[in-house]
Design a protein around this ligand. Structure first.
Ligand code: ADP
Ligand code: MG
Length: 350
């Protein structure tokens, strides 16, 4: 079946929407490139808060619609369920892109990590019940393992599709109540290397708290990528050369770090950590030596040191200066850290 025929048929049977179909609810977020609301359908006021999400975006909305359409067809389970996107130009204001998703749930990983109960609050969400087991490092490790597994599984889906997200952070990981798994949101800074969409990195889109040290995802010597869909023979070669997916792996490694160390979960402490790591030439082992004596991060090291230190081994294989020395998402999933039977029931492989 030809991919374009399939896409056309799918589009034909999918409902289309326009501005007046939506009733705006609570504002969920506001960035430099758009505002996000919870909304419901005007003719179908199902829940009173609305079971959809609307992003009114600036010019970058066009790229975000493209990325979401691609994810829908290629790796739907990786990201929030995309419903529809369109150009809204009926009012006198500048044209906006409207993007609609299914409302996945109230909590991002940031919200959950800020909670004192973390990671037990996530265990309850994933299993849908309170576990009557003793609390302790082993159990915390198992929950964190499950969350990391789900994030890497979603990332592997994106990367296998040729998409690099470039803004992986806890704020952009949402807990989907229906599937009881974590999904990725916010493809506004993403790039699709197989067809060259948004190929030129826009550094100002990158969040310095979670960005890998490389300024450019592709080497600046790489000739410009094709700007229209073309035969893709060239792209896999570029992918192999530059390993742009490893940018996301670095960010995911920082999320792993924050989950293991409660003391590194706030913005300020993460910024301070980044400064310390830079001073250690991005060598986590050297960083560990400088902070270990202080004791405040001890519990996190203990967690990562369980089972012969495989958690620490995984972390140091993700947060590295050189992109090519970082594991791919697929290789990280095959890491012995995920080998044990420890993963929570209902976890990412179902
Ligand atoms: P921004 O460009 O403002 O960062 P995001 O796409 O990250 O836009 O969305 C902003 C916020 O809206 C998210 O942090 C999340 O709280 C909420 N949100 C976005 N998409 C969904 C969704 N599908 N379901 C539930 N909440 C969502
Ligand atoms: Mg966001």
């Amino acid at each position: 079946f030809d991919m374009f025929v399939l896409a056309f048929v799918e589009r034909l049977f999918r409902p289309t929407y326009k501005k007046d179909d939506f009733v705006l609810g609570k504002k969920l977020g506001e960035g430099s490139f758009g505002v996000v609301y919870r909304v419901s359908l005007a003719n179908k006021p199902s829940s009173k808060e609305g079971d959809l999400v609307l992003k009114k975006a600036t010019e970058y909305g066009a790229v975000e619609i493209w990325m979401n359409e691609r994810v829908r067809r290629a790796c739907a389970s990786s990201c929030a369920d995309f419903v529809y996107g369109f150009l809204e130009s009926s009012s006198k204001k500048a044209a906006e892109y409207w993007l609609i998703w299914r409302f996945e749930g109230d909590a991002t990983l940031t919200d959950l990590m800020q909670n004192r109960e973390f990671p037990y609050n996530v265990e309850t969400l994933i299993l849908g019940e309170v576990q009557d087991l003793p609390k302790g490092l082993e159990r915390e490790n198992r929950i964190i393992q499950t969350i990391m597994g789900q994030i890497l599984f979603a990332l592997d889906g994106l990367h296998s599709t040729g998409i690099v997200h470039r803004d992986i952070k806890p704020q952009n990981i949402i807990f989907s109540e229906e599937s009881r798994t974590f999904k990725i949101i916010d493809l506004g800074a993403a790039t699709d290397l197989r067809v060259g969409i948004n190929y030129i990195p826009k550094e100002f889109l990158l969040d310095p708290r979670y960005a890998a040290p490389e300024q450019y995802i592709m080497s600046t010597q790489t000739p410009s990528a094709p700007s229209v869909p073309v035969a893709t023979a060239l792209s896999p070669v570029l992918w192999q050369l530059n390993l742009p997916d490893r940018f996301d792996i670095y960010s995911a490694g920082l999320i792993f770090l924050q989950m293991a160390f409660p003391g590194l979960r706030s913005d300020n402490s993460l910024i301070q950590f980044n400064r310390q790591l830079k001073r250690c030439d991005y060598d986590l082992v050297a960083w560990r030596k400088t902070v270990e004596a202080r004791g405040e991060l001890r519990r996190g090291f203990e967690l990562l040191d369980l089972d012969g230190g495989i958690g620490w081994e995984l972390l140091t294989s993700m947060v590295r200066y050189k992109a090519r020395k970082r594991l791919s998402a697929k290789a990280a999933l095959a890491h012995p850290y995920f080998d044990r039977e420890g993963l929570l029931a209902l976890s990412f492989m179902q």
